[in-house]
Design a protein around this ligand. Structure first.
Ligand code: FAD
Length: 397
């Protein structure tokens, strides 16, 4: 069978891309390949569901441009489809002297990115949220930030794609791309243009397809703790003011439509791509590669990775985790927290050996008949509609 467009991966990027392609090329014939039996097994079904406003990202970066544009469209889509959303807003608190010194920088970034943000006094924060612990004179408030249900969003897109006659072939693993050919585990398909949106495996597919690039893969696991105390409630999302040199936002609160509250995600190095339990994956070769890759960076403290790893190690124990979140929350006891086995995700993070840093932006590489999406880290879920449009524009179709 011959297609106009083939998409590898039915995460949020693959789904919104199919949606946007069909809107632009009405008569095109599009297929999505997915190795799992559903579209929510990985990043797009395992995230915090936060619609990020775009405050954190370097002005002019892809993350800043696509997030600020895409999140508005995602919110409109959610509302037009009558899906669950809590437009709760977000409070950001400094958790240390260093974090406090980043407050003005973050405030300026938000303004430059065109996002409404306010400085808010600690007594006003405590009035709004009696369960938070303000250690400094003021924090930040972002009214736009909201939370939605990522699985519901994916399911709604799948339903609309069906109406547009776009099929998702589940249980079909793509091995590589060869010009216009797509090699699966049991067949070969051709398409005029192929989009590699395979999340945690995008770099591997790109390498198998003879794409040369300098990045290496460096996954970080994010675990969440569930708050068991049903009387502990928060009206807003509560985040720390993060260290903007890293792509991670720090431990924060999140909640879902069922009234469950969580704190997370951690950012622990992990040696397997889909290793949601334990540290090591199924592939021995990959475990060794990632172990040495991380080990080298930690020994040489490349991009301050040793400091990050040490801090994250301390969060692996309940005591360490509790000490950290005590900087932001009060009225919580250690026995009211339970590590969630279900709510855990892995970031498809890449590392740049030339700059010796964790790549802090989306990376998109185009070949003549293929587009590879690397480093679709947060806020790719929030940005997805604009991200999809950007992929189409850059592919020169
Ligand atoms: C812990 C955590 C919390 C996050 N929180 C937020 C948040 O609150 N807000 C936000 O905006 N972003 C958040 N993110 C980021 C966001 O979840 C991701 O950026 C986004 O889901 C990436 O979507 P994707 O489609 O690229 O990847 P995925 O959802 O991982 O989809 C890729 C798909 O490709 C499939 N695939 C892989 N290999 C193959 C193959 N060989 N053949 C066929 N199919 C294949 C996979 O099975 C998968 O379904 C978070 C991420 C994590 C890990």
């Amino acid at each position: 069978m011959k297609y106009d467009f083939a998409i590898i991966g039915s995460g949020i990027i693959g789904l919104t891309l199919a949606f946007k392609l069909k809107q632009k090329f009405i008569n095109s014939n599009i297929i999505i390949f997915e190795k799992e039996t559903n579209s929510i097994s990985h990043g797009s079904g395992r995230n915090s569901g936060v619609l990020h406003s775009g405050i954190y990202y370097e002005p002019g970066s892809l993350r800043a441009k696509l997030c600020t544009r895409g999140v508005k469209e995602l919110k409109e889509y959610i509302k037009s489809e009558n899906l669950w959303i809590d437009e709760c807003g977000k409070l950001l608190l400094p958790t240390s002297e260093v974090s406090f010194s980043n407050l003005d920088n973050l405030y300026d970034r938000a303004k430059k990115n065109g996002v409404k943000i306010d400085k808010i006094k600690n007594k006003d924060i405590e009035h709004l949220e009696p369960n938070v612990n303000c250690q400094f004179d003021y924090g930040l408030y972002v009214p736009f930030t909201s939370v939605a249900d990522p699985n519901e969003v994916s399911n709604s897109l799948i339903k609309n794609l069906k109406k547009m006659n776009i099929n998702i072939e589940y249980n079909t693993k793509i091995l590589k791309i060869d010009e216009k050919k797509l090699i699966t585990n049991n067949s070969m398909i051709t398409a005029e243009h192929i989009f590699n949106c395979a999340g945690l495996f995008a770099d591997e597919i790109a390498k198998n397809s003879n794409l040369k690039f300098r990045y290496s893969f460096l996954p970080f696991k994010g675990k969440y703790w569930k708050i068991k105390n049903k009387n502990f409630k928060l009206k807003h999302l509560i985040y720390p003011i993060p260290d903007l040199r890293y792509p991670f936002l720090g431990l924060h609160s999140s909640h879902n439509r069922y009234g469950n509250f969580y704190i997370g995600p951690s950012s622990t190095p992990v040696f397997g791509r889909e290793q949601y339990n334990g540290f090591f994956g199924k592939s021995f070769k990959e475990n060794i590669n990632l172990f040495f890759n991380f080990g080298k960076k930690i020994v040489f403290n490349e991009n301050r990775l040793r400091s990050l790893a040490m801090k994250e190690l301390s969060l692996l124990t309940k005591r360490g985790f509790f000490n950290e979140i005590n900087k932001m929350f009060k009225n919580l006891k250690p026995n009211e927290l339970e590590l969630s086995n279900q709510k855990v995700g892995i970031r498809s993070q890449i590392f740049d050996p030339n700059k010796k840093n964790l790549v802090n932006d989306f990376v998109i590489i185009n070949q003549k008949h293929a587009t590879h999406v690397l480093n679709a880290i947060s806020p790719a879920w929030s940005a997805s509609f604009a991200f999809a449009e950007h992929l189409i524009d850059e592919a020169n179709l």
